[in-house]
Design a protein around this ligand. Structure first.
Ligand SMILES: Cc1cc2nc3c(=O)[nH]c(=O)nc-3n(C[C@H](O)[C@H](O)[C@H](O)COP(=O)(O)OP(=O)(O)OC[C@H]3O[C@@H](n4cnc5c(N)ncnc54)[C@H](O)[C@@H]3O)c2cc1C
Length: 248
């Protein structure tokens, strides 16, 4: 990959990768592995060294691992890291990004901003309501598990299943509320998802299907049938959407 300048010489283009998750990191590493010699800059909105998310709902949550940083020597690979730097917009005509730290020029832009969790409407600002997407989220949830609260998990998807299992392992009482008639209803057909209901029972978590959240109050989740489920903490795992607002 090279580009011709006005003076006629060919230079390797500047690649800027936005998003320092699995996709962004692997793209930057693969460029180097395949011999790309131009500038590679990896921009991540989070302040942490780039990390893998799957351990967040397992070893990191349970305090069995401190973190899950990728085992990549970015400096040795000649990959420039700009962490804690949110990209606010792209101006393709100018080949420039706008970031919280000022403009960043690029020749080739890689968009790898992944996904952001969907929040439960009406829960903004209510204490004790958590998401599980980032290292910071996992670190906030560790003491919640240690205190062994009654926990309500909203959503019986993958995050809900993993968090419920970890919380049970930590000794918490866990109720999982799911609006659909079974776990993973949006992702898998019934014959595949059916055995997964057993995971909750096996772990000692109570699974309530056809249970839609009406509202969350401090200390309780109120369902649309009027029942109140005590909740020292609430973990919301109702899905994710592409993190592309910055491209709007
Ligand atoms: C708790 C948890 C457990 C999981 N467990 C598993 C598992 O066991 N198996 C499995 O296959 N998958 C699992 N996943 C899913 C897997 O982690 C994702 O598929 C994967 O993270 C996707 O990687 P990505 O790089 O595309 O996006 P992301 O991981 O979302 O990374 C995107 C990065 O871009 C950054 N970013 C976003 N917007 C901007 C911006 N405007 N400016 C700068 N930076 C920005 C974000 O901060 C983020 O670091 C799990 C996910 C979570 C949250």
């Amino acid at each position: 990959m090279s580009e011709q300048t006005q003076s006629g010489e060919r230079t390797a283009p500047r690649v800027v990768v936005v998003g320092a998750g699995m996709a962004g990191v692997q793209t930057a590493v693969a460029l180097r592995e395949q011999g790309f010699t131009g500038t590679v800059t990896l921009i991540g909105g989070e302040p942490h060294q780039p990390y893998d998310r799957p351990p967040l709902s397992k070893a990191v949550l349970l305090g069995k691992a401190e973190g899950s940083a990728f085992d990549v020597d970015f400096e040795a690979l000649g990959i420039g890291l700009r962490l804690g730097c949110e990209v606010l917009g792209a101006r393709p005509g100018d080949h420039e990004l706008d970031t919280a730290d000022g403009p960043v020029p690029y020749d080739v832009l890689v968009i790898a901003t992944g996904a952001e969790p969907i929040r439960l409407p009406g829960t903004e600002g209510i204490p004790g309501v958590h998401l599980l997407r980032t290292l910071d989220d996992a670190e906030r949830l560790r003491p919640v598990l240690a205190e062994q609260h009654d926990i309500v998990v909203v959503g019986a998807g993958w995050i809900g299943a993993e968090f419920a299992t970890a919380a049970r392992e930590a000794g918490c009482a866990v109720t999982v509320v799911e609006a659909a008639d079974r776990p993973l209803a949006g992702a898998l057909p019934p014959e595949v998802a059916a055995p997964m209901a057993g995971w909750y029972a096996d772990s000692g978590a109570a699974l309530r299907t056809h249970a839609r959240v009406e509202r969350v109050e401090p200390g309780a989740v109120v369902l649309d049938d009027g029942s109140r489920v005590p909740a020292g903490a609430v973990v919301v795992g109702i899905g994710a959407r592409p993190a592309t607002a910055w491209l709007a």
